[in-house]
Design a protein around this ligand. Structure first.
Ligand code: FMN
Length: 207
């Protein structure tokens, strides 16, 4: 059995704490090699999944044309969402993606199993939650390699799937921008700019 030391725990906490969502204002023009990309993807495959269903699938996006099309979809939805944040003028100033600035984009999909999945009989979305676990592994692994990931959700999943010519059985869970960065902020950018405060543990415990 592998066991860990207190120092390992400290390192793990350091990795978790220094993971950041990286956006276009921070990516630099440097290619992520296939070797590094594979390490990131392999870490995804080690994630927990309901009934060991491993329901994930990845589409690697490098083409400028596809990135431009997805960016256009982002931009349209971002602009459309302005009325929802009318009372938050900061929203219009935020850079909320790095689709074109990052070396690679990865669209992460969920594929429903064609057999009954142990554990998914009541909580139908646990397959999708499993894909999120895979994304988090990628996020942490990339961080250790000095590679940033930014998650973009201001996009229409079906539209993205069509742009990428991915078939209907796949549902988009996360769209990731992956690349080297100028730096990693020491705290979440949205905290730094005053969008929201960090919650304390006691705020998250139900009585
Ligand atoms: C499901 C999910 C969707 C997200 N979508 C976006 C997004 O569309 N644009 C963006 O700038 N950040 C997005 N983020 C990043 C969050 O804003 C970020 O995780 C949060 O502000 C905390 O910052 P940190 O990740 O640097 O710690 C998303 C994060 C998650 C988990």
């Amino acid at each position: 059995m592998i066991s860990f030391t207190k120092e390992d725990l400290n390192i793990l906490d350091k990795i978790i704490s220094s993971r950041r969502d990286v956006r276009g204002n921070n990516f630099i023009d440097k290619k992520v090699s296939n070797k590094k990309l594979n390490i990131i993807l392999e870490s995804a495959l080690k994630a927990p999944s309901v009934g060991y269903s491993q329901p994930w699938a990845f589409k690697i996006v490098r083409s400028k044309d596809e990135k431009n099309k997805i960016y256009k979809n982002f931009k349209r939805n971002y602009l459309k969402s302005f009325p929802k944040f009318e009372n938050r003028p900061l929203y219009k100033k935020l850079k909320l993606e790095g689709i074109k600035e990052s070396s690679i984009n990865i669209a992460v999909f969920y594929k429903k199993s064609n057999k009954e999945v142990l554990g998914q009989t009541y909580m139908k979305r646990s397959g999708e939650y499993s894909v999120v676990c895979a994304i988090h592994n990628m996020w942490l692994t990339a961080r250790v390699m000095g590679i940033g990931i930014g998650w973009v959700s201001i996009i229409k999943p079906k539209k993205v799937r069509k742009i990428l010519k991915v078939s209907k059985e796949y549902k988009l869970i996360g769209y990731l921008c992956v690349g080297y960065t100028k730096n990693f902020l020491d705290q979440p950018e949205l905290k730094k700019v005053g969008w929201d405060k960090k919650k304390n543990l006691h705020d998250c415990i139900l009585n």
